[in-house]
Design a binder for this molecule. Structure first.
Ligand SMILES: CC(C)(COP(=O)(O)OP(=O)(O)OC[C@H]1O[C@@H](n2cnc3c(N)ncnc32)[C@H](O)[C@@H]1OP(=O)(O)O)[C@@H](O)C(=O)NCCC(=O)NCCS
Length: 151
């Protein structure tokens, strides 16, 4: 099993973050939308990288945060299928939460598609609680469930 480490994302990670985002998250966001999120909030983007000596550094997953309405917000998180269930997602969430804490934010929010039960289970295990539904939040008309966590 590959070892992995976490670090802040840098500009040269952007193409891989776009790939991870579009490949793993049901979204209509374009590469240019994702690049805009990244450039507005680079400080809140973290990547998980494999650190096995035999291979080149490889991005296994990312988390992208932002500041929204005076609190921390998770805009996207994804781990490539082959690296799931190894606590990569958990470590990514913890990294962005630590950054929000360092910057004196007290709450983190995020939205999940109502159909994405796997992600709901994952977020609930990380201490997020369902708050309310936003009808038709996504461009294809699907409702979002908003989650929040006090950090
Ligand atoms: C959600 C996601 C990031 C989780 O990443 P991961 O690295 O596999 O998660 P972890 O290994 O850190 O799991 C942490 C905990 O969540 C649980 N969990 C993770 N994925 C789960 C799933 N699909 N269903 C149920 N529980 C899940 C794990 O069992 C683990 O629980 P434990 O602490 O009791 O052992 C990953 O499944 C993913 O990229 N999904 C597609 C993208 C997506 O839906 N993103 C969210 C919407 S933006």
């Amino acid at each position: 099993m590959d070892e992995f480490g976490l670090r802040k994302a840098v500009e040269s990670d952007l193409q891989e973050i776009i790939r991870l985002w579009k490949q793993n998250i049901k979204t209509i966001n374009t590469a240019s939308d994702i690049a805009d999120f990244f450039h507005h909030s680079t400080n809140y983007f973290f990547v998980a990288v494999s650190t096995s000596e035999s291979t080149e550094e490889k991005l296994m997953g990312f988390v992208g945060g932002a500041i929204r309405g005076g609190h921390g917000h998770i805009s996207g998180i994804a781990v490539d299928t082959e690296y799931r269930n190894r606590k990569v997602g958990e470590k990514l969430i913890k990294a962005v939460e630590r950054k929000f804490i360092d910057d004196a934010f007290e709450t983190v929010t995020l939205e999940v598609r109502k159909s994405n039960r796997d992600a709901m289970r994952f977020y609930e295990l990380q201490g997020y609680q369902p708050s309310h539904i936003v009808k038709g939040y996504y461009a294809d008309g699907e409702d979002a469930l908003v989650y929040a966590k006090k950090i």
